[in-house]
Design a protein around this ligand. Sequence first.
Ligand SMILES: Nc1ncnc2c1ncn2[C@@H]1O[C@H](COP(=O)(O)OP(=O)(O)O)[C@@H](O)[C@H]1O
Ligand SMILES: [Mg+2]
Length: 198
Amino acid sequence: MIDLAEARSRMGREAVVLPDPVPAHPLLDGKPEIGRGEYSIVIDKGDGERVYKIVSSPADYFLYTADDRPAGEHFPQVYADHGIIGRAVSGYPFHLIEMERLYPLPDNSPAAELATRLIEVYWSACQQWSQLGMDMGRIALYHMTVDPLGVGDSLQQALKALSDFIEEYHVLPDILNANNLMMRKDGTLVFSDPVFIA
Ligand SMILES: Nc1ncnc2c1ncn2[C@@H]1O[C@H](COP(=O)(O)OP(=O)(O)O)[C@@H](O)[C@H]1O
Ligand SMILES: [Mg+2]
């Protein structure tokens, strides 16, 4: 397995966590925080099915709300856009999105093995295109859609949908991070947070 922390730091993508408090909002009142990353805070809705995701990255906002956002079984189901509920220290507005609850990949599960394979192929393609600087991830992902990986049709289609979205919205792939690949209760691999904005 590749050293993900080392790979991420070579991409200038060291793990950072958003410092902001949870914005006050009636839907969030008294509900527990269950996840946090560089741009988002995830709050448990409490029904076992859905979460509230507070997103500050415009890339994530496009991904979850655009009419032509990537769809299908490998992307999260989004139920509602509850609007802007504050502003992050970074200056970006906080949007409140209601979406399906996802789960971390259990060690040695089929979903984790698939994720590892995707990350390894992606990283080796990135190394091949490293002379492109910021563009390498985008081009590496594009090449994964041109040369099938033997990971099955539905995942291959999801990579194509992700690559098309990235080209259309001028965002970048962020799949070199096991936290950004999650699974549904039934074990389906889901690209929960596959993009960022440079
Ligand atoms: N739909 C979800 N259901 C449950 N937990 C989630 C969900 N999406 C993200 N998380 C958790 O929240 C953390 C931060 O979310 P992520 O989407 O990676 O945000 P960021 O944009 O900050 O990177 C993830 O590492 C994961 O543990
Ligand atoms: Mg993330």
